[in-house]
Design a binder for this molecule. Sequence first.
Ligand code: CP
Ligand code: NVA
Length: 299
Amino acid sequence: MHFLTLKELSGDEILKTIKKAVEMKKNPKKYYNKLTNKTLAMIFQKTSTRTRISFESAMTQLGGHAQYLDWRTTNFTLGSLKDEVKCIARYVDVIMARVYKHEDVAAMAEASRVPVINGLCDKYHPCQAMADLMTVYEKFGKLKGIKLAYVGDGNNVCNTLIIGCAKTGMEIRVATPKGYEPLAEVVKYAQDQKNGKVILSNDYKQAVKGADVVYTDTWISMGQEADSKKRMDDFKGWTVNPEMMKLTNNAYFMHCLPAHRGYEVSDEVLDSERSIVYDQARNRLDVQKAILLMCLGVK
Ligand code: CP
Ligand code: NVA
């Protein structure tokens, strides 16, 4: 199966995959031979620290191998995207791709005869959302009923969290400046799940009040650099800082990283004992192992 948006999984399947990842984290040796002789191709149009390294280590620890492919040094720049993917799919067992436009990773999935995993596009970041939900699950022992406030840009990370929270019975309150709301189609899809609760506003105080988790992300995602000045102006006053955290239910702080200290989050919050950003980063490794097994149909 392909894994592009997180819409592919039901709430129960998300929880099952998270539980599997928790198990794999506890007993890594049990899974050392699960993907022996399997190869993952990792195609990157954009830069990465966590996604690249965690996927590569995941494949090593599962007994397989990962190939890092920088877009600019491949012939994707010369040939048609679908032709190139059809060839890659004849050499490897699974593909992970980080692209600018969602349409590119969707086209890869259409052309590929092996599973394609979205390693971030302009609309979604499903592997991140799975690691985030795994981290919430580890901290609270459940997902249902947990209140997560997402403060900042309604971007790829936010869109995918909305899907994941709604499917697993969480309450997600999204507060953005006007004009930076998450995708309307995603909000509608999540509300139609009739499980969790999705609340949108332009008022971060309302969103974080009594929240169990506060989450933020960069104000300028990769590919949006040309709008930097306008974005910096529009997000003024939206920094997650100790005053904002005081309004919460002693919330954990989450961020997918990389963080821009002093912009979307202050040093005090990022370095506080309620910050669980490195747990989130760590869980990318474990949850992606579970995602790889799921996509390849390996138990
Ligand atoms: N959170 C995340 O995806 O990090 P990278 O961009 O470094 O891969
Ligand atoms: N929203 C950010 C996430 C980086 C992991 C971006 O797309 O650049």
